[in-house]
Design a protein around this ligand. Structure first.
Ligand code: LLP
Length: 429
């Protein structure tokens, strides 16, 4: 795993000493290397520029959605996709331009759709017939308005990844089914709807994908759908949205293609296909690959349990409440000691959290140098689906989030307090 260190040999994040960050902001804490976020967004954009393919990089903000993150995405001229009224609200709070927001979801509520229309979101990615109806009904309130939409399709392609992370196969809750003709029916309805402007189609085949073949197969299939609709309905697509899902490295055992190379390989396939219409813009929706590698979680070591003949348990001051992924997906991570991140491992421990549950294991086999209570441990590549999936389980306050860039650190989400935990509780007496 790539890490950077300073003259003292300490781990650095965004040019800041990780021990100093732990001191200043306390632990547990999520620290982001903001330059790494910017670099990844720019790397995606560069691939499209190089191949001269019209594009949009739309950050899938479910991976990490805070005001500060939407601000960085806006600075980088990146679009974002949101999947709830809450993400939309956060983006708007950050003054993110509504025209650059796409709204996703398989069960958007009437209130959420109304909020999206009122804000003027650029694109609504329509998932099902219910939504197609609901949206048209809501648009009647503003007869002059045209709403850009994409239709989400299930292309019948399953990517090789964890079962919960697969979304493109036919038996899925997302999107219009292609094989049964539902997608075609939806296209007919959308094209006939006076207030809907159908830009094109969308598919997302899964997450943490390492093989480019699934994307290439999906892209080829979607192009054939667009060609069929062109022939059948005279439809000229402006957008082909291929979703996100580009895998990242969590441990040295992972060896994904760099995410931008992934996109380059997909574009190569697309460019081989002759089209009866102008090249539609290609949109991608990477979440994990933009923020995952840029995030670090800092914890402090507390108790330790040694049983002769068994692997020791080293406990830190956070756990499944701030990173549910190991418990939920059996996800693997890498931990280093912030003071000596390059020191050889002395022992392999269970790195566990403080939650009252045996499954609260952050890393089942963590090779580490000797650790003492108070030592700062950094878990790497935790920037995606960590804070965004955090909970208050066991009534633990959610940690702080800090952005580090050019040696400067800024608190962007304050640590919750015990008072925050009861702020919505009402007395029964
Ligand atoms: N677009 C759509 C429509 C999606 O559903 C997703 C992720 C993305 C884009 C972004 O995918 P990414 O580039 O981040 O892989 N909580 C799980 C991941 C769930 C992903 C859901 N959809 C995890 O922690 O692994």
């Amino acid at each position: 795993m790539d890490i950077t260190t300073n003259a003292a040999g300490h781990l650095t994040i965004g040019g800041c000493d990780a021990l100093a960050l732990a001191q200043e902001f306390d632990t547990p804490a999520y620290i982001y290397d903001v330059a790494a976020i910017r670099q990844q967004i720019r790397a995606f954009a560069a691939v499209f520029e190089q191949r001269q393919v019209p594009y949009e990089v739309s950050y899938a903000s479910k991976a990490f959605a805070t005001v500060a993150m939407y601000q960085v995405a806006a600075q980088e001229h990146c679009h974002v996709d949101v999947v709830s009224g809450g993400e939309l609200y956060t983006a708007l709070k950050a003054n993110f331009p509504a025209a650059n927001i796409s709204f996703h979801g398989n069960n958007k509520s009437e209130a959420e759709l109304k909020a999206a229309l009122a804000a003027g979101v650029g694109t609504i990615i329509v998932d099902n017939f219910y939504e197609l109806d609901l949206l048209q009904g809501l648009l009647k309130a503003t007869p002059e308005k045209q709403q850009n939409i994409l239709l989400r399709l299930t292309p019948g392609i399953s990517a090789h990844t964890h079962a919960y992370d697969q979304t493109g196969q036919t038996d899925s809750k997302f999107g219009f089914d292609l094989e049964s003709g539902q997608a075609e029916q939806a296209a007919k309805l959308a094209l006939a709807a006076p207030q809907l402007n159908l830009l094109g189609i969308h598919a997302h085949i899964g997450s943490q994908i390492f093989e480019v073949a699934g994307f290439q197969a999906a892209a080829t299939k979607l192009l054939s759908v667009l060609k069929a609709w062109h022939q059948e309905f005279g439809f000229t697509p402006q957008v082909l949205n291929l979703g996100g899902g580009f895998g990242i490295r969590y441990t040295d055992g992972d060896d994904p293609l760099p995410a931008a190379d992934f996109v380059d390989a997909i574009l190569a396939t697309l460019q081989e296909t002759a089209l009866p219409f102008a090249q539609p813009a290609i949109w991608i929706e990477p979440g994990r690959s933009i923020v995952g590698p840029a995030g670090y979680q800092l914890y402090r070591v507390g108790s330790r349990k040694d049983v002769p003949g068994l692997r020791p348990y080293v406990a830190v001051d956070g756990g499944m409440g701030d990173n549910i992924r190991p418990a939920l997906y059996q996800a693997h991570y890498t931990a280093v000691k912030a003071a000596t991140p390059q020191a050889p491992a002395l022992e392999t421990v269970h790195l566990v959290g403080k939650y009252c549950e045996s499954g609260d294991i952050l890393i089942d086999e963590a090779p580490l140098p000797a650790t003492q209570p108070g030592d700062v441990i950094a878990v790497l590549a935790t920037g995606a689906y960590g804070y965004s999936m955090a909970s208050n389980y066991n009534r633990n306050p959610r940690p702080a989030v800090v952005f580090a860039e050019n040696g400067q650190a800024k608190l962007v989400v304050r640590r919750e307090t015990d008072a925050d935990l009861v702020q919505n509780d009402l007395s029964y007496l």
